[in-house]
Design a protein around this ligand. Structure first.
Ligand SMILES: Cc1cc2nc3c(=O)[nH]c(=O)nc-3n(C[C@H](O)[C@H](O)[C@H](O)COP(=O)(O)OP(=O)(O)OC[C@H]3O[C@@H](n4cnc5c(N)ncnc54)[C@H](O)[C@@H]3O)c2cc1C
Length: 397
């Protein structure tokens, strides 16, 4: 088996697999090094993908393989859970009428996306090594040792190895962490009433409770709580949790049943100070991990990959090396402003929604009321949420 590659990707999450597909379609020799999850392990999460992300996946030829499982939605509704007696003041809608005719987002099951990626990779000659990276030596490229003893070499190592990135630590890149200690509980729901293609977020003390539409009378739940409460919820039996979910949904969507086992994810927002080091580019959660509030995480990751693909394509088109400091710093310049802005926005939104004090709750309520009374500002804000800030990769335009 070949062990010398132009690009080695650390990590076989959705981000790593997408990066491998994109770079291999550019004609580069690519390998992925990552422990693979057991075949029966299912990720029940879904990802709300922005139209820009969908355009990128369409360019990669992936979309037709996931399309049937996708639910587009045109409205994102925020409901102030503590203000049930305040009439319309409790509801703020962000709609695609504010931005054009496209849906606001397309909700895709993570597992469907992952399966489609693996199928596409098998026909794109990407080598997959089922082992983690345990050592890296950087000289005029990267010499990579895997936990099974195999040795690989790469002109460029792309770190998509998640928020505890080994590659990032090896390069001694500092990561700024938020002190947040929250927990997200996710599961699939079936309900008796239709969702009308609306994603509904109940804004509650402790964290939002969001139901995101799926095809038919199905939705996925993302329920955020302080860490201790989240762990308690995860320990409930299915029927006990179902009672809690129905109570939180307060009759919205009719009678609700849990369709999957609940899964728990600790939320640890953080962002790397730099997105590159010699012969190394950080993408996805290795570079930034956002709270699920605002559904930006994977969208940001796909924008990283589309941008890095552009930088590599530009270098190749002018017969230059794609792994130089010049190329990698260009990647960072194109990505850092957008990632920083979205990191600040998602954390601000998360803190405002979860605010435990009357002052924090009041400030959030006043902000939403202001937006409702100023439609042009609401429109601008919705548009800003849909497009990368600064550089937009060619495949996302
Ligand atoms: C509850 C929840 C809901 C979300 N909803 C949305 C949404 O609606 N929209 C959206 O855009 N985003 C959403 N996100 C974010 C999105 O799910 C994540 O950004 C994405 O799944 C992370 O992908 P990743 O590939 O970067 O990391 P991971 O999935 O963590 O993958 C990291 C990979 O690296 C591997 N690895 C680890 N160590 C090593 C090593 N030493 N060597 C090699 N490989 C290694 C791991 O085995 C794994 O395969 C959500 C997140 C959560 C928690």
């Amino acid at each position: 088996m070949d062990t010398d590659f132009e690009v080695v990707i650390a990590g076989a999450g959705i981000a790593g697999l997408t990066a491998a597909l994109s770079f291999s379609q550019m004609g580069l020799s690519v390998a992925i090094a990552s422990p693979l999850p057991p075949p029966k392990q299912i990720d029940f999460r879904t990802s709300a993908l922005l139209p820009t992300s969908v355009r990128f996946l369409q360019t990669l030829g992936l979309w037709e393989n996931v399309d049937k499982a996708v639910q587009p939605f045109w409205t994102m509704r925020l409901i102030d859970d503590a203000a049930k007696t305040r009439g319309n003041g409790a509801i703020t809608d962000f709609t695609s009428q504010d931005t054009g005719s496209e849906p606001l987002a397309y909700n895709v099951p993570n597992d469907v996306l992952r399966t489609a990626l693996l199928e596409s990779l098998s026909s794109n000659a990407v080598s997959i090594f089922d082992a983690k990276i345990s050592a890296i030596e950087t000289d005029q490229g990267q010499a990579i040792t895997l936990s099974n003893g195999a040795l690989l070499s790469a002109k460029l190592l792309v770190a998509a190895d998640g928020r505890n990135s080994f590659c990032r630590s090896h390069a001694k890149i500092i990561c700024h962490q938020m002190p947040s200690k929250q927990f997200a509980i996710t599961c699939l729901l079936e309900h008796s009433e239709p969702h009308h293609a609306i994603s509904t977020e109940f804004q509650r003390r402790g964290g939002p409770f969001t139901v995101v539409p799926m095809p038919g009378n199905h939705s996925s739940l993302v329920w955020i709580e302080p860490e201790s409460k989240g762990a308690e919820l995860l320990n409930l039996t299915s029927s006990e949790l179902e009672v809690q979910v129905r109570r939180r949904a307060a009759g919205c969507l009719g009678k609700i049943k849990l369709l999957s086992k609940p899964q728990g994810f600790p939320i640890r927002p953080q962002i790397a100070q730099k997105f590159y080091a010699p012969y190394l580019a950080l993408v996805a959660e290795a570079a930034h991990s956002l709270p699920p509030t605002g559904a930006q995480g994977l969208n940001l990751s796909l924008t990283d990959i589309a941008t890095l693909s552009d930088v590599i394509a530009e270098a190749l088109a002018s017969s230059k090396d794609f792994n130089t400091q010049k190329a990698l710093s260009l990647y960072e310049r194109r990505r850092l402003p957008d990632a920083l802005a979205r990191f600040a926005f998602s954390n601000g939104l998360n803190l405002a929604t979860a605010a435990q004090t009357p002052f924090g709750q009041g400030a959030r309520r006043a902000g939403l009321s202001l937006l409702r009374s100023l439609p042009p500002i609401k429109r601008q804000l919705t548009k800003l949420g849909l497009q990368p800030i600064g550089y937009t990769p060619t495949t996302m335009q």
